[in-house]
Structures are given as structure tokens and as C-alpha cells.
Design a protein around this ligand. Structure first.
Ligand code: SF4
Ligand code: SF4
Length: 209
């Protein structure tokens, strides 16, 4: 049996009916957000830009193990580990992350890398403003990702807290830098070694306290 044609409104009523939709929308809650003038607050566990964390004395938590890079489904992380020495120590244990890069042109902010990290060196912040017009700028380096210094910290490299070992750091026994801790010279990064002055004292040029 053939369907009966639906009844249509007379031609002159159609434009008026369209205004009805507009009129109803005028009283609905507005969804427009005034971004970027007004910043939007993210959920507390939002997956934003990564951060490389430090121990409470300022040494780095990253041990250069590359587990985060292997866990990444987008192949966005590049890590090169290296050995610590007593003269140039970046983390309490044997190894540290010498090179660390995250490519935000690839990253999908899934968080699998932070789940894989055995030392909680890698976490994610709430920062989401990562857009850039240059691909090169989207590759964040270790220096950009490393967290800032808080009270009681001394910038790496520096010596381990006297009388402790790597395990003590993970047990939470080290809560700040030992008194008198000074930053070592980052010779591997091209910083000049202190040269001996005529009086025999070391010239500390290029070394931040
Ligand atoms: S958040 Fe996901 S995609 Fe981004 S670096 Fe980590 S594992 Fe890779
Ligand atoms: S961030 Fe974590 S998983 Fe990645 S290399 Fe460093 S210690 Fe290993």
C-alpha cells in the first residue's frame, strides 16, 4: 500500500517556523567558551605536557632505561642513557637519561609512557597549550621537560647525599640536599673544567652554585 504524502505547512509559514528554532535557542545555556582570554580548568588527572621529576635533593629520577620509549605506541619518545660518575652525577644510581626528547607532533597524550616508568620520573602535567607552527619546536628536549628546582634542591649534576645509597632515595630517606652540596661541572655538556689559579684555588667560572 502506498504511503500517504505528509501534510506540509503552507508556503508562507516555513520562514516563520525557522525563526521558532532560533527563538528556542535564545533561552538555552550558552556553550561558547571565551578561550584563550578565559582559561579553561582541566580535570585534575588531565593528560597534558610531560614532566621529568627530581628527587628532593635535586638529582634526577630518570635512569635512562627507555621503558617509556618502548611503551609508546606513537614512537614519540627518544632516550639515550649514560653512566653517572662521582665527578658528574645526575641521578643517585648507575645510569641517567643523557638525552630525552618527546615529539609532540606524534604524541597522542595516552599516558602509557608514564605507566611504564619504574621510577615515577615521568609524569604528566595539566598543560595543554602545545600547538606550534614549527615541527622542530614540537620536539621537547630534556631541558624543557625537566622540572624546576624547589626549596632544598640543588641543580644536577651533584654528589649523592653522604651516607645514603640509591635505595635510600626510593625509601624517601633523602628529603633535601645535604648542607654544602654544590653543583658539579657538566663536562659532558661542554662546560669548562675549573682551571687551577696561581694560588692553587679552583677557578669556578661557569659553575652555578
Ligand atoms: S603519552 Fe602516549 S603517545 Fe605520548 S609519549 Fe607517552 S606513550 Fe607516547
Ligand atoms: S622516564 Fe622513566 S621509563 Fe623513561 S627512561 Fe626515564 S626512568 Fe626510564
Amino acid at each position: 500500500m502506498a504511503e500517504e504524502p505528509k501534510e506540509t505547512k503552507p508556503g508562507f509559514q516555513n520562514p516563520v517556523a525557522g525563526f521558532g528554532v532560533t527563538f528556542k535557542a535564545m533561552f538555552k545555556k550558552r556553550l561558547t567558551e571565551q578561550y584563550p582570554e578565559q582559561q579553561k580548568t582541566t580535570a585534575p588527572r588531565f593528560h597534558g605536557r610531560h614532566q621529568l621529576n627530581r628527587h628532593p635533593d635535586g638529582l634526577e629520577k630518570c635512569i635512562g632505561c627507555e621503558l617509556c620509549a618502548w611503551a609508546c605506541p606513537a614512537d614519540a619518545i627518544y632516550v639515550e642513557g649514560a653512566d653517572n660518575t662521582d665527578e658528574e652525577r645526575y641521578s643517585p644510581g648507575e645510569r641517567y637519561g643523557r638525552v630525552y626528547q618527546i615529539n609532540y607532533a606524534r604524541c597522542i597524550l595516552c599516558g602509557l609512557c608514564i605507566e611504564a616508568c619504574p621510577t615515577r620520573a615521568l609524569t604528566m602535567t595539566n598543560e595543554f597549550e602545545l600547538a606550534d607552527s614549527s615541527r622542530a619546536n614540537l620536539i621537547y628536549t630534556k631541558e624543557q621537560l625537566l622540572s624546576g628546582l624547589e626549596e632544598g634542591m640543588v641543580d644536577s649534576p651533584h654528589s649523592i647525599f653522604p651516607g645514603t645509597d640509591e635505595q635510600d632515595y626510593y625509601r624517601g630517606l633523602v628529603t633535601e640536599a645535604a648542607p654544602g652540596t654544590e653543583r658539579q661541572v657538566a663536562v659532558s655538556k661542554g662546560e669548562p673544567r675549573p682551571s687551577a689559579s696561581p694560588s692553587g684555588a679552583a677557578d669556578e667560572e661557569g659553575v652555578d652554585a
